[in-house]
Write a protein that binds this ligand. Structure first.
Ligand code: SAH
Ligand code: SF4
Length: 441
């Protein structure tokens, strides 16, 4: 019997949910007889799971799709699949198909779980393009067979109902849908049994978990359940919308065994006028109040954030209020973006779009201020001992180990590889804006 070893390569753009979706697609392909590979040159199937949250991501992806044309010319049997958010945008499929006729399979976010059928169609007859207009529930939770990974992402909900005026996510990921708690906890248990030590619970707004379900726990109660699962050493989550961050959640984290003291709490902007135009549904004062509550009840916890500069109508005064918030909160890390006009979102059509030059200058200034803050944050950690989950050899120096604190700070230190997957104590001795360096205590 002749067995042909077919290889699948997945490339991912965008957030952790996009990564999780790419794993699902890889898993489905493996069940269809492919082996997972990293080398596009010898692949039989290349899947690109896409992002469309900013134009820069789309441009990168379009460039990559263009590059794949050459591979396809060399190997006409190669199948190329483009999947996810970019394809799901209203009207995008026709535009993309014209632009990239060498692509074999187009799949939206709502029909990822049905990828096997499309793959078979394409293998039989060459092409398949399908984008379902609406989600068919939360059925895409294909369990993963990838065993023995130290860290894993677990979706707890899909979609988003918040409609921030700049954001395309609600249009490409649909309405908010929570997965039943039993399903989530069973997935985490299976991961823990297979050797996983850290899970990150994923949702666009995890704080509203469960509101759409008739019964079952809310997010804090779900965390308390996850915290009981044996074998796990760490439970993280992302993203928290500030408007829904409850005192109960903060107390749950304070009382947890393995719950991480790190909250990713995107502020987006520091001026009330801009926050209102963004439809974020909180004021700066409300946000700073939440921060105070976290600092009081969870001393030593880390906060990170997302910030957009150059939202339409943002003045120098508005921008200086964003800088003031950054200086006041002391984030350990911030993801900073220039506003990108997304077709179909309300902010696309707003007057007073900010010129690119101004956006670039504000981004530079913001990054400079945040880098100072990140450095100060880490310098304050020096001389103390921190609990670190060891991830393995450091990429930049394989002689040393890398791990993360409970607050999600990266720590590089000396030690033997057999410590991977264990909690150790590390004394922090040096710092830059991104990394702590230390020694085992
Ligand atoms: N659900 C998460 C964010 C998901 S998108 C939340 O509400 O916090 C990740 C980040 O991308 C956002 O926090 C925002 O800072 C940024 N972003 C989203 N749309 C954008 C746009 N049109 N231009 C620039 N940045 C954007
Ligand atoms: Fe986008 Fe706002 Fe939903 Fe986050 S909460 S995904 S920024 S609409």
């Amino acid at each position: 019997m002749c067995v042909i070893d077919k290889k699948v390569v997945t490339l991912v753009y965008g957030c952790q949910m996009s990564e999780r979706d790419a794993q699902t697609l890889r898993e489905i392909s493996v069940r269809e007889g492919y082996t997972s590979s990293e080398d596009p040159n010898t692949a039989d199937l290349i899947i690109i799971n896409t992002c469309c949250v900013r134009e820069s991501a789309e441009n990168k992806i379009l460039g990559k799709i263009g590059e794949l044309k050459k591979l396809k010319e060399k190997n006409p049997n190669l199948k190329i699949a483009i999947t996810g958010c970019m394809v799901q945008q209203p009207g995008a499929l026709e535009r993309l198909r014209k632009r990239a006729p060498h692509v074999d399979i187009w799949t939206g976010t709502h029909n990822l779980h049905d990828f096997a059928r499309q793959l078979k169609t394409a293998e039989r007859s060459g092409k398949s393009a399908e984008v379902w207009p609406e989600a068919g529930g939360t059925t895409e939770s294909v369990p993963l067979a990838e065993k023995g990974k130290l860290k894993a992402n677990v979706n707890i909900m899909y979609g988003c109902d918040n409609y921030c005026t700049y954001c395309i996510v609600p249009y490409v990921r649909g309405r908010e849908r929570s997965r039943p708690a039993e399903e989530i906890l069973a997935e985490i248990e299976a991961l823990a049994e297979s050797g996983c030590r850290e899970v990150t619970l994923l949702g666009q707004n995890v704080n509203s978990y469960g509101r759409d379900l008739a019964s079952g726990p809310d997010f804090s109660a779900l965390l308390r359940e996850a915290d009981k699962i044996s074998g796990l050493l760490r439970v993280r989550f992302t993203t928290s919308h500030p408007k829904d961050l409850s005192d109960d959640l903060i107390d749950t984290l304070a009382g947890g065994r393995h719950l991480c003291h790190h909250i990713h709490l995107p502020v987006q902007a520091g001026s009330d006028r801009i926050l209102r135009r963004m439809n974020r549904k909180y004021t700066r004062e409300y946000y700073l109040n939440r921060v105070r509550a976290i600092r009081e009840r969870l001393p030593g916890s880390s906060l990170s954030t997302d910030i957009i500069v150059g939202f339409p109508g943002e003045t120098e005064e508005d921008f200086s209020q964003t800088l003031a918030v950054v200086r006041q909160v002391h984030y350990s890390q911030a993801f900073t973006f220039m506003f990108s006009r997304r077709s179909g979102t309300p902010a696309f059509a707003l007057p007073d779009q900010v010129p690119l030059e101004v956006k670039k200058r504000r981004l530079q200034e913001l990054m400079r201020v945040q880098n100072e803050e990140s450095l100060k944050w880490r310098q304050n950690m020096l001389g103390k001992t921190w609990e670190v989950l060891v991830e393995g050899p450091s990429k930049s120096n394989p002689e040393r180990l890398v791990g993360r604190t409970r607050g999600n700070e990266v720590v590089v230190f000396s030690g033997t590889r057999d410590l991977s997957g264990q909690l150790v104590s590390v004394k922090a001795e040096e710092a830059n804006s991104w990394t702590l360096f230390g020694e085992l205590a």
